[in-house]
Design a protein around this ligand. Structure first.
Ligand SMILES: [Zn+2]
Length: 273
């Protein structure tokens, strides 16, 4: 059967320890076996050195790509069907539908007492275009700066499927139009019949278990719900570290809505500088 990765290369990567599989608790399991049907498991590729230039301090991180085993298997099987029917031109549609999360490892967080972690939700407009309608871009850059210069090291977990707090880029574009008609970020989601926040942190928790184990972490976040969600997945030793940055005229209203929703943002954080 056709596989998304050439089977020989896949075998070689497994032999070299560069393609591994972990379960929901972060334990390594056999990447050649059928993935467990009753719980999540993730396939990881890496480490891949990536020299980053997004923050003030250039740094080279170890990048790991992570995808749910079941999702990957589905794509592999559909890719096989497509190849059989001459539909190779649809591979890109398949591949882009897969949520591939990233882990950026800085320093040696597997050996330190309380590494610094950022679980960052993907935001095309903020992270890539540098849009100031939100503060995602500056938060990501500041996180890599803070973690790469921290003596304890740590990691950024970049959640690829979290665009618009989980509603996707298309719906997020619609919420922006509604916001420009006066609704705030949460009201706009509700007007579209979408949840305030539909992000799932179980993959992030599995990755934390694998890279950090059972040790405490410091988490760069203003969002108490993120801590609750990770705790619910067994990651309980979390000390929040405030991460307010990139406040400006364009996003002050957005941040005020987040504050009202429970984010730990103080009134003075939102004052004009
Ligand atoms: Zn954003």
């Amino acid at each position: 059967m056709f596989t998304y990765l050439n089977p020989e290369i896949r075998e070689r990567l497994i032999d070299e320890g560069k393609l591994i599989r972990i379960d929901a608790e972060g334990n390594r399991i056999d990447p050649r076996a059928q993935p467990p049907a009753d719980s999540i498991s993730l396939n990881l590729l890496g480490p891949i050195p990536l020299p980053l230039g997004i923050g003030e301090f250039p740094t080279t991180v170890d990048w790991y790509a992570a995808v749910r085993s079941t999702e990957l298997r589905e794509v592999e099987s559909l890719a096989g069907t497509l190849r059989g029917s001459g539909g190779q031109h649809l591979f890109s549609v398949l591949a882009s539908s897969m949520a591939v999360n990233s882990v950026l490892v800085m320093g040696t967080p597997s050996e330190t007492n309380q590494p610094l972690v950022r679980v960052h939700s993907s935001c095309l407009t903020g992270d890539v275009f540098g849009s100031q309608r939100c503060e995602c871009g500056p938060q990501l850059a500041a996180a890599t700066d803070r973690i790469s210069t921290d003596p304890e090291g740590g990691l950024v977990i970049y959640m690829a499927g979290h665009e618009g707090r989980g509603i996707g880029l298309w719906a997020k574009a619609a919420t922006y139009l509604l916001q420009d008609e006066g609704e705030n970020t949460y009201e706009a989601n509700r007007s579209l019949g979408l949840p305030d926040d539909s992000r799932d942190f179980s993959d992030a928790a599995a990755l934390l278990h694998y890279f950090i184990g059972n040790r405490p972490i410091r988490l760069l976040t203003n969002n108490p719900k993120k801590i609750e969600d990770l705790s619910a997945h067994g990651f309980t030793k979390i000390s929040p570290v405030k991460h307010v940055t990139g406040v400006g005229d364009w996003n002050r209203r957005y941040l005020t809505a987040k504050q009202a929703w429970g984010h730990r943002i103080e009134p003075e954080d939102l004052e004009e500088s």
